[in-house]
Write a protein that binds this ligand. Structure first.
Ligand code: URP
Ligand code: ZN
Ligand code: ZN
Length: 465
């Protein structure tokens, strides 16, 4: 009988979301098959990856990643091959993209278009659906998507005329996804408050990128979070808030959880690492995103909640626009492409600031960046975990490596990074995807596209950390 070869990750500290310790990892046929005592006998023919002095973590799961995303007149620049290559270099081995319908398009058609793209990726991917308007076909479309494993449904309370949904649509979508074992995931900013703030900025000549922060005030976010929580509570429907940007917004969700609602907070890497002083720099347009970067005090207040347990996941909100696109309407943020490139830098910037410099435990880091994103998307424990039976997606980190971020060394399909010149500590050096070593000592050694579309299981909220 012939058996397929083993890969052994030897001598490292395995970091799971609930424990860590010295152990060897044994993989075969794309799966983890054992977590073994360190230093055991290795069979002839096995591939051995030396992880001495390193952290061996589950590959990251990025729950918020826009790939080749069209909004208004702009389309972000990456393909699945490009986005997943950058993801893997950054220690992420699963991305979750959004099927956001163009105006007039059906949610199901938007999802069908993207599902087949997964095979172009270097790693696996999943999809969030999206509902903008409710009509008498929407419930059936959501049922069809759920049967195909698309159970999380993105909604927006802003971007009128593009993807904003009204309260009736949000309520009906919550009812329906709840009954399908899914969940609404929602971008909350009151469009009325944003519109008013933009008009005020325009009337005094501050509608350019330098004025971005004032055009989308924190109150726009908290007002919308409160309104959406009320709808979710009325329906006893689970809800997940994407890219929450202030402690006040996070605490509204934490309070609802105390009242018994199943509710989750996602933050994104740039909101816990960058502040609104970037808008006073020489290229403020490079930092235009929604919600905008906040004041230093707000950034620090948000970051503290990584330690309190009130934050469930950390995503990237990756949007790969380049400088030409960002500059085009820099004198009027109402027409600019929103979003920052970040799939490759998400894990290193968070590790450096919170694990290396501020004592967040590596296990909590794994919980926030891999295990909980997998759980909230029906992918756990296949993804986000190192346990026998999980996919063999593993990132071997050098926790002490100091390096300087430079766009020239990154792999995202753009020409800048918002972190240019930053010194970081900690980096994934070798990354295994489905049992294949794809990045080894910082070099791409296998660019075979083996990506699969991952169907989400019905969501199970009982085991959520
Ligand atoms: O600025 C952002 N976040 N752009 C991407 C679309 C969204 O709102 O998530
Ligand atoms: Zn958003
Ligand atoms: Zn987004």
């Amino acid at each position: 009988m012939t058996t397929s070869p083993l890969t052994v990750v030897r001598g490292g500290t395995v970091v799971e979301s609930s424990w860590s310790g010295l152990a060897d990892l044994v993989m075969r046929d794309g799966k983890i098959i054992a977590i073994a005592e360190p230093g055991g006998l290795i069979p002839d023919g096995a591939t051995v990856l030396d992880a001495t002095g390193k952290l061996v973590m589950p590959g990251g799961v990025d729950p918020h990643c826009h790939v080749g995303f069209t909004s208004g007149e702009f389309t972000s620049l990456d393909s699945y091959a490009e986005c997943t290559t950058a993801a893997v270099f950054g220690g992420t081995t699963t991305i979750i993209d959004f099927a956001i319908p163009r105006p007039g398009e059906d949610p199901l058609d938007a999802a069908d278009k993207l599902r087949t793209k997964a095979t172009e990726g270097l790693c696996d991917s999943a999809l969030h659906g999206c509902v903008v308007e409710w009509d008498d076909t929407t419930a059936d479309q959501l049922a069809t998507m759920a049967a195909a494993g698309i159970r999380t449904v993105k909604m927006f309370t802003t971007y009128a005329g593009e993807s904003m949904a009204d309260e009736h649509t949000i309520l009906r979508t919550m009812q329906t996804t709840r009954d399908l074992g899914g969940m609404v995931i929602i971008h909350c900013e009151s469009d009325a408050i944003v519109g008013d703030a933009q008009n005020a900025a325009a009337s005094c000549g501050h509608i350019d990128a330098a004025g971005m922060a004032a055009t989308r005030p924190e109150l726009a976010e908290t007002a919308s979070v409160a309104a959406v929580l009320a709808i979710a509570e009325s329906q006893r429907a689970p809800v997940y808030f994407v890219h929450q940007s202030s402690a006040a917004a996070v605490e509204l969700v934490a309070d609802a959880r105390k009242r018994g609602l199943v509710a989750f907070t996602e933050v994104v890497a740039h909101h816990v690492t960058l502040d609104d002083s970037e808008y006073q720099g020489s290229e403020p347009e490079r930092f235009v995103c929604c919600p905008p970067l906040r004041s230093r005090g707000t950034v620090d207040g948000l970051g503290k909640h990584l330690f309190t347990g009130h934050i469930t996941t950390i995503g990237s909100d990756h949007c790969c626009y380049d400088t030409v696109q960002k500059r085009q309407h820099r004198h009027d943020v109402r027409h600019m492409p929103n979003g920052l490139p970040g799939v490759e830098t998400r894990l290193p910037v968070v590790f450096s600031k919170f694990v290396a410099a501020n004592g967040l435990s590596p296990s909590r880091f794994v919980q926030l960046t891999a295990a909980n994103p997998a759980r909230t998307n029906g992918l756990y424990p296949r993804k986000g975990s190192i346990m026998p039976g999980s996919d063999a997606d593993v990132a071997i980190w050098d926790p002490d490596l100091e390096w300087t971020v430079s766009d020239a060394d990154l792999h995202m399909a753009t020409d800048y990074t918002p972190y240019e010149g930053r010194r970081l500590r900690g980096k994934p050096v070798t990354v295994v995807v489905g049992g294949h070593v794809v990045v080894h000592d910082g070099i791409l050694v296998d660019d075979t596209p083996r990506g699969r579309h991952l169907p989400a299981a019905p969501l199970d909220f009982t085991s959520m950390c």
